[in-house]
Write a protein that binds this ligand. Structure first.
Ligand code: PDD
Length: 280
């Protein structure tokens, strides 16, 4: 597999990052995951904007030639790895680079580490048809979850707890409220109205979430961006999660308790169909 590392396209076996890299030592970096369907990247501008916000948030400079370069590198990786005809994801990561370990920033001259890779992806369609299980899990993350940093340990532990329980996703809860999933945004439907946490510092503003907000508006599905109480899950008609790698995934059981009718609901289905149409 050919990957991009610091300006070069190299085989992944030869793509080496220093042990002094601050991504490795401190989780000092940001990342993006972009979907590409049959060679066409989905919402590249939104990913670029979020990457820029993340870099700004970490006081990291933009490491590419221009705004379009991440998409262009992604396109070349799709081509070189014979992924143009397929469903794929492009992973991008930028760290503060390699320098002797100090907590404070390294010298200005330290070059960020820039890594991109594209891989074939297969969407979880069987699970979507029957609906997924989730668990609730305490949200123990920091106060800037809006930055897509590679500090994912709380997410990793939550996802592992879900996996160990035979579930697809962990729904983070904080102070009695649902924030988001371990790597998804969470939506709760009751009486025809969908609710999802507002895009504050408490969640990652998903690209899929943004698109689904637009699709819901077009479909005449009312959405309120407000936090949902954990109790409201138990009386919801539908719960679903959204992300680059799950699209719109209905959740039919949480902590073993049946949600709504215990089957994928009409709002999730409508929004999934609209998303598929939008992805072309
Ligand atoms: N994660 N919330 C969190 C905490 C996430 O990690 C993600 C995505 C989302 C959804 O964002 P988007 O719609 O832009 O994919 C929400 C990616 C897919 C990942 O870590 O693999």
């Amino acid at each position: 597999m050919l990957v991009y590392l610091n300006g070069e396209y190299v085989d992944s076996s030869r793509a080496l990052v220093s042990v002094d890299d601050r991504g490795f030592l401190f989780g000092d970096g940001v990342y993006e995951v972009t979907r590409a369907l049959r060679g066409r990247q989905f919402e590249p501008e939104r990913h670029t904007q979020r990457l820029r916000r993340g870099l700004d948030g970490l006081d990291l400079r933009w490491p590419f030639a221009d705004e379009r370069e991440p998409e262009e590198i992604g396109r070349r990786l799709l081509e070189e790895n014979a992924l143009v005809g397929r469903d794929a994801v492009i992973y991008l990561q930028v760290t503060r680079g390699a320098a002797p370990r100090t907590h404070h920033f390294p010298p200005e001259s330290t070059r960020p580490t820039v890594y991109l890779a594209a891989r074939a992806f297969s969407a979880p369609e069987e699970l979507r048809a029957r609906g997924a299980d989730a668990i609730t899990h305490p949200d123990l993350r920091w106060a800037r979850c809006d930055l897509k940093t590679v500090n994912l340990l709380p997410n990793v532990l939550a996802k592992q707890a879900a996996t160990a329980a035979g579930a697809f996703e962990a729904v983070f809860t904080r102070d009695g409220l649902v924030t988001e999933g371990a790597n998804t945004n969470v939506w709760v439907v009751a009486d025809g109205v969908a609710r999802t946490h507002p895009a504050t510092h408490a969640i990652l503003g998903g690209v899929t979430r943004d698109v689904v907000l637009e699709l819901a508006a077009s479909a005449g599905i009312p959405v309120i961006e407000e936090p949902v109480r954990v109790d409201a899950l138990w009386s919801a008609d539908e719960v679903f999660v959204t992300s680059t790698t799950s699209d719109v995934m209905p959740v039919v059981r949480i902590d073993g308790r049946t949600i709504g009718a215990g089957a994928p609901g009409p709002v999730a289905r409508t929004l999934y169909d609209a998303l598929v149409a939008r992805m072309g």
